[in-house]
Design a protein around this ligand. Structure first.
Ligand code: UDP
Length: 241
């Protein structure tokens, strides 16, 4: 584990993350009641947690904190730590769906606008035959929160994917960690929008060039404000190292 601007990040790659999930699900099947929360942290999240002690504490207590974003890899490198790859929410979702189909683990998709989780579930079951998706629910449920918690607990999925955006998803999962009745819960941000086909992900060559952020900015210029934290993040990391 390393700290970037005081915020915890685990030095893991995708295979480590998948192995950890398998361990968490085994504990769930053995009777563990509290879910294992996974946080996929990017520079924006680190920046938020730096000014939000509640969020920082959730990250401290998480079962796993994956390095999501090239900025995180860069910041680790400033400390002389090489993290080999990003472990993003969307990549984790696809890999877990594949593994879940093989191992018989069940999923629940919570988040995004009405109809998107359902469309994402359809795409995943088409791509990974045999995948069990126990339920879907949109991410705009503030007036019927308790009902949504009970619905998920009744389904008792092995993995709950929460695509509610950071930091809402982290806080919500943490707050309800004893009632959700699932094995593993992961905040996966805007993943359902991409999986459903609603939003196109950056092509692989751009991802290799570490330019996924630029693609996201150009596809949705309204997000420009979010990018203001990147130079600040980089300056603070430089200063720290
Ligand atoms: N969202 C939601 N409920 C909310 C707010 C947001 O389900 O109350 C969804 C939103 O529809 C989108 C996702 O959360 O699908 C956030 O995506 P974004 O790319 O902004 O999140 P990030 O990956 O940056 O955390």
């Amino acid at each position: 584990m390393i700290r970037i601007l005081g915020v915890r990040v685990d030095e893991i790659n995708m295979e480590d993350a998948l192995a950890a999930v398998e361990k968490f699900i085994a504990a769930f099947h053995a009777g563990q009641k509290r879910l294992s929360q996974i946080v996929t942290i990017n520079p924006e999240g680190i920046w938020l947690a730096r000014g939000d002690s509640g969020l920082a504490q959730i990250i401290e207590e998480a079962a796993l904190v994956t390095p999501d974003g090239n900025g995180v890899l860069w910041a680790a490198q400033q400390q002389g730590v090489t993290i080999p790859e990003r472990v993003t929410g969307i990549d984790l979702t696809y890999r877990l769906a594949e593994l879940a189909a093989q191992k018989g683990w069940s999923l629940y998709l919570l988040g995004a606008k009405e109809g998107i989780a359902k469309a994402a579930a359809a795409k995943l079951t088409e791509q990974y035959p045999g995948l069990i998706i126990k339920g879907v629910e949109n991410g705009y449920f503030r007036d019927r929160e308790q009902q949504v918690v009970e619905q998920i607990a009744a389904a008792a999925p092995d993995i709950l994917l929460a695509a509610l955006g950071m930091p809402f998803q982290e806080k919500w999962l943490f707050e309800h960690r004893d009632q959700l009745g699932c094995g593993v819960a992961i905040g996966v941000g805007g993943s359902f929008d991409v999986i459903s086909g609603q939003v196109r992900r950056a092509p692989a060559f751009l991802r290799k060039l570490r330019l996924e952020w630029l693609w996201r900015l150009l596809s949705d210029p309204k997000r420009w404000r979010r990018y203001l934290v990147i130079p600040r993040f980089m300056r603070a990391v430089k200063k720290e190292s």
